[in-house]
Design a protein around this ligand. Structure first.
Ligand SMILES: Nc1ncnc2c1ncn2[C@@H]1O[C@H](COP(=O)(O)OP(=O)(O)OP(=O)(O)O)[C@@H](O)[C@H]1O
Length: 362
């Protein structure tokens, strides 16, 4: 059975047309775009809260909407878990009753109550009321309730906005664990790009009601117009790496890409959880925290000096964005003056230098 979500829909609002086509995998896909460009309209159409004017929506092989065949399953028959920004729990019910509200045994859900509460770490909360839970806990309960009600796809609209920064870091590992265990496609809308990127590298960019791009962030920003769309929002390089070995004498850990020989060293203390070979680690670094050198530099404290070749250069407002292929694509921001001084062009071999402490690790 296919675990994908497919949509090809048109929805006309007064002055706005949502006209989107895409096939989204079973992983986590971040939906990013400017305010008013159609993110919520897309999620509402998938959930069945809004009826598109034309097109079709298929969730894991089941057509839930098809304008030509006159199919339009109601919200409760779509088995879509929708977690809103204002977490909608029943205040008078215990957490256990909230979780079991709407539990679907009839559709043969493969999702087990105990497993869900263990993965989300909410067993200790079962007898409490929502008012006794923190924002992050309520968020996890809402996700658990959506899963237990038989969701075959999870939609989340701004899931990070109701919780403070520290709690966000608490939710992200749970979302990843849920996705890994149940292979449920998740669409996560956020206007906060760094938050989205710490959760997933797969992005759907929505612009003016259309899918501007869909794919891995590091590939999307190779296109100048995509880079323009995201660069005001806090640009990061995102690398999906895994632990190769710990270097305890130097308190450092070596991380490497699974698909290339791209590797970085990070401080052991920056890694949370168990550090053993093969453990996946997401690494983020801002383009302006990377320097470029034409030669490797000895007698310097920087541990990371990655060799690569410049494959693209964009210039913007006195700045140069150099895309360096170092096994993974690395975006580096330097001044236009430095680029001219160093005569950096496409095809030039360079070293990307950065401190381990400049990395964000998830
Ligand atoms: N019920 C409605 N009736 C008419 N127009 C609507 C309705 N809902 C949304 N719109 C319009 O559709 C466009 C897209 O809105 P939508 O809420 O999908 O955008 P968004 O990307 O989710 O925005 P935001 O990030 O601000 O939440 C906007 O121009 C909005 O004004």
């Amino acid at each position: 059975m296919s675990k994908t979500l497919k949509f090809d829909i048109k929805l006309q609002r007064k002055d706005f047309l949502l006209d989107v086509q895409a096939t989204v995998s079973s992983g986590i896909t971040g939906v990013y775009g400017p305010s008013g460009h159609g993110k919520s309209s897309l999620l509402n159409s998938i959930a069945g809260l809004v009826k598109p004017d034309a097109g079709c929506i298929t969730i894991r092989d089941e057509k839930v909407f098809d304008s030509e065949q006159k199919i339009n399953l109601p919200v409760q028959k779509r088995n879509v878990g929708y977690v809103f920004q204002d977490i909608r729990l029943f205040p008078h019910l215990s957490i256990e009753k909230n979780l079991k509200y709407g539990t679907r045994k009839d559709i043969g859900s493969e999702i087990d109550f105990d497993e869900v509460i263990d993965i989300l770490n909410i067993r200790d909360l079962l007898t409490k009321k929502p008012s006794e839970c923190s924002g992050g806990e309520k968020q996890r309960i809402a996700i658990g309730r959506a899963l237990l009600s038989g969701a075959r796809i999870l939609l989340m609209d701004e899931p990070f906005s109701a919780v403070d920064v520290n709690l966000r870091n608490n939710i992200i590992p749970f979302l990843k664990a849920i996705n890994l265990r149940f292979q449920i496609p998740m669409l996560v809308v956020s206007h906060d790009l760094p938050d989205l990127l710490s959760l997933t590298s797969d992005l759907l960019l929505l612009k003016e009601g259309k899918v501007k791009a869909l794919g891995r962030f590091q590939d999307l920003i190779l296109d100048e117009s995509n880079l323009d769309m995201v660069k005001g929002a806090g640009l990061y390089n995102v690398f999906d790496l895994c632990v190769v070995e710990t270097l305890p004498s130097r308190s450092m850990v070596l991380l490497r890409s699974r698909t290339s020989d791209f590797q970085v060293q990070v401080l052991l203390q920056m890694l949370k959880g168990e550090v053993k070979e093969g453990v996946p680690v997401k690494v983020l670094i801002r383009p302006e925290d990377i320097s470029i050198s034409l030669y490797p530099i000895s007698h310097i404290s920087l541990r990371n000096q990655l060799r690569g070749v410049i494959v693209k250069i964009f210039s913007r407002n006195g700045l140069s964005f150099c895309m360096v292929d170092a096994g993974e694509k690395v975006l580096v921001e330097i001044t236009e003056a430095s680029r001219e001084n160093m005569q950096l062009e496409v095809g030039v071999a360079v070293y990307c230098l950065f401190k381990s402490a400049a990395l964000k690790i998830f």
